[in-house]
Design a protein around this ligand. Structure first.
Ligand SMILES: *[C@@H]1O[C@H](CO)[C@@H](O)[C@H](O)[C@H]1NC(C)=O
Ligand SMILES: *[C@@H]1O[C@H](CO)[C@@H](O)[C@H](O)[C@H]1NC(C)=O
Ligand SMILES: *[C@@H]1O[C@H](CO)[C@@H](O)[C@H](O)[C@H]1NC(C)=O
Ligand SMILES: *[C@@H]1O[C@H](CO)[C@@H](O)[C@H](O)[C@H]1NC(C)=O
Length: 262
């Protein structure tokens, strides 16, 4: 009887947790639904960023993940962030070591954060399968899907520099350049260059910190990379008060091709 009570209490706790643990406004992704999604990890196998498979040894992510992923790993082919916290010693856990990661000078992570893209090269190729596949990229200068509803993915925990176990997906609106560049929160605006894009519903549905490098998918194509989320200086661990800021992949298409052949 005691055990049953404990079980019920646990179930209630999990249920309650289930409402809290999501990209804010999101829901868990189905197995194999996003076969290109990866978790970028540091050298201690901690999740630090999202990323996507673009080729068997190439991962697309954001510049903020560059130095932190050095000496790190990429986990692919699973919606779960870890299998009981095992270290990357077991191939069946789909973890591959990072060889190096790179960005070019106009795609750097230096302020004012106007151009952002990072490529990770793996030490070994990923074996593709039904549930492990590269994502489709836009062509050079393919127009951003303004005013459309896109899918965002990530393991970030709402409002925190933390992660959750199950990959989350959410649908969010993408805005016009005018809207993004005019948006002001506590006297802050996106730096005035028409490169970065934005999306998400402020205080409602948005990417958070540990989602950096994760994709914005529209019509099966990855148009954006989560570059950063701006938050109030007064609220150190709060995100979603400003639209999420995305780097447009098509802008970097030629450089990706030069660097990877893809
Ligand atoms: C690798 O991990 C899987 C899943 O946890 C387990 O079934 C398998 O026995 C492990 N293999 C080795 C060699 O440790
Ligand atoms: C790492 O990348 C370098 C440069 O492309 C390559 O020569 C080397 O073989 C790679 N190392 C591994 C372990 O993949
Ligand atoms: C997006 O919506 C705005 C406001 O309704 C409109 O002015 C603009 O032309 C639209 N842009 C595209 C590309 O549809
Ligand atoms: C979002 O929440 C913050 C903090 O509560 C608040 O200052 C801000 O006005 C809200 N923004 C919108 C658009 O609701």
């Amino acid at each position: 009887m005691l055990k049953l009570t404990q079980f019920v209490v646990l179930a209630l706790a999990v249920c309650h947790f289930g409402q809290v643990l999501a990209i804010e406004g999101g829901e868990p992704a189905a197995d194999g639904e996003f076969p290109y999604m990866v978790s970028v990890r540091d050298s201690r196998n901690n999740h630090i960023c999202g990323g996507t498979i673009i080729g068997d040894i190439w991962i697309l992510t954001s510049s903020i993940c560059n130095t932190r992923s050095w000496g790190g790993y990429v986990r692919y082919g699973s919606n779960l962030l870890d299998d009981n916290g095992q270290l990357p010693v077991n191939d069946s856990l789909n973890i591959i070591k990072v060889n190096y990661s790179m960005y070019n000078e106009w795609a750097s992570d230096l302020p004012p954060y106007t151009h952002d893209l990072n490529l990770i090269r793996l030490e070994e190729p990923i074996q593709f399968s039904e549930t492990v596949q590269p994502v489709q990229l836009p062509v050079l200068d393919q127009e951003w899907p303004y005013n459309q509803t896109a899918t965002i993915l990530g393991w970030g925990k709402p409002h925190y520099w933390r992660s959750q176990v199950h990959l989350q997906k959410a649908n969010v609106p993408l805005y016009t350049d005018e809207y993004c560049h005019d948006y002001e929160f506590e006297n802050w605006k996106i730096p005035d260059v028409f490169v970065m894009k934005c999306g998400g519903v402020v205080n409602q549905t948005f990417h958070c910190f540990n989602d950096y490098g994760g994709p914005v998918i529209y019509d099966g194509i990855q148009y954006g990379i989560l570059s950063y989320v701006y938050n109030s200086a007064d609220a150190e661990y709060v995100c979603g008060q400003f639209p999420s800021i995305y780097s447009p992949v098509s802008y970097f298409r030629e450089w990706i091709k030069e660097a990877t052949g893809i």
